[in-house]
Design a protein around this ligand. Sequence first.
Ligand SMILES: [Zn+2]
Length: 694
Amino acid sequence: MNCCRFASILIVATAAALAQVPASAQTDDSRPTPPASIKSFDLTAIDKTADPCTDFYQYACGNWVKNNPIPADQVRWARSFSMLGERNRYLLWQELDAAAKDPKTPLETQYGDYFAACMNTDLVEKKGLEPLDPALKRIANLSDAHHLATLIGELASEGDPAPLFRFGVQQDEKDSSKQIAGIGQAGLSLPDRDYYIVDSKRFDAIREQYVEHVTRMFTLAGDSPELAAKEAAFVMEIETALAKASTSRTDMREPENRYHIYSVADFEKLTPDFDFAVYFKDIKVGHFDTLNVATPSFFKAVNELIASEPVDAWKSYFRWHTIHGSADSLPRAFFDENFAFFGKTLQGQKEPTPRWKQCTAATDRALGEAVGQDWVKQNFPPAAKASMDQLVAALEKSLGDDIGTLPWMSDATKKAAEEKLAMIRNKIGYPEKWRDYSALKVKRDDLIGNVHRNAVFARNYDLNKLGKPVDEKEWGMTPPTVNAYYDASMNDINFPAGILQPPFFDFTIDPAVNFGGIGVVIGHEMTHGFDDEGSKYDGKGNLREWQTPEDRKAFTERTDCEVAEYSGFEAAAAHDDAPAQHLNGKLTLGENTADNGGLRIAYLALLDTLAAEGKTINDKIDGYTEAQRYFIGFAQVWCQNQTEQSARQSALTDPHSPGRWRTNGAVQNFDEFGKAFGCTKGQPMYPVNSCRVW
Ligand SMILES: [Zn+2]
């Protein structure tokens, strides 16, 4: 696991939600039904009563939004990401279910057993809290807060949740050829620091409900109600202090804010009350003299907390994280209580995720490149990779053309941008070399043991990179994932096989729809190399300015335009209990820039492709011109419904704008849209003044 690598992903994957919202422990819902196929271009989704020049999202998605309520086990339901995610998960489940029943290879035995252990809820009930006993005993024996390093080191070495901070290996931001140690802030249970520190009626209520939830979890673990209440108060006290010491998500987007190289000796001086030497020894990391301390002020605050908080407070904090961190692998009573707060209250999810979905996702997370090997054989034909290579080449050419014609950029900076573009590496489908899982022991009757051994395996894999050359062929997503990412230190774009399918990518449909789907996705990832964050790295992945000061100033004026534009968009409307929630234009700036750039360069690539085929952008299919089909295809990627709770949470934590604004924000900045739909200059989707970066 990379503790601090910067990667811009296309959308926050459902895996994150699944990790936080465990599945039902019921066994009666564990047989899935095959999901419906997804149309790449859906005429029935269109709301013809809406004016595309006023609200294009409503036009392209209105009927879909009306007719596709959020399933009870989801908090966000998107026409592309969620539906394709469901399909991929179902196909993966078929493979896991077959491997669990009748494995044909050692690898199938390994992932079949992992899945089977997760599905065995009877055994989970029978074992109760017993699998956590060793960790809970260690915590109970803590006699002095100055021994915290020993405790965390021992917990981590056993694979138990070890909160408070994240430690791992990362590429050096200023010399990407080096893999160095890095440490960063962590240790909260609620979704963001704002949940602890913002003073509002809504957050007051959430905090109160959180403390009640923590109290109930402690009583389920056998503590008296009085003790449980005291412990929950300690948990809230420590997490609130950590939240106050944490740097905000928005500030963390600035690379210089998370880059502070310390000698080990100086770092130890920063935290004299936490014996990091003991911790490093316990987790068996190799020798290093310097490390990146992402947020030094956080560690200074942790050190002060060690001195000021009583040992009982720390014991409560670690006891909580041990139970909470395993809640999805514990008996039904824990599972239900965890879902009631983290699923229902926080996110508005009506029903728990079915067990089969949770176990499929968990197996994919743990053994992704084992299950992925068989999955791609079934689901990713060589022809798909060849088509993607062509599409990526077409988009690279368009971005190059676009850079060449930018009116505000000097020739020197254009040259530097083109050099960076030429150095972007493309990874498509799945890894050339699969990860070796032979050192991971999986037992069919030991769910929590498997989770712990996997945590140790993953950490060892990560720590083993220290001081070694960077593996450019490594992937940060598993093959069935419906997502894509750009990695600034690697300067590469990555498209897992999972996203290279309808509705993003369809062999049977006209190029306009494919360019509006996967074409914009490719353009989006490429543009990340040039957004407010990615543009601070050069072609080698090093944090180094390559724009002239004048160009950087002009660039920032343009990104400021997008910050103001998107900050004006509303994620949730005001009502009696909460004020309106606007988007954070600074948090979402990189993604919005990537959306805008992707929409423009995929359109340019479509023009080239049509010209090569002797067609024009005004040719019609099913009553829509190629240009209109391109924009509708793009918008229909983003049709979605989301619970209000989840929409409010996303606005604070998700660097991506919601579907409505990913669509309308991008089209209103691109004049070709207004022309395609015959809009009048000055209408909302064809404004007189708009923003443009790339
Ligand atoms: Zn992105």
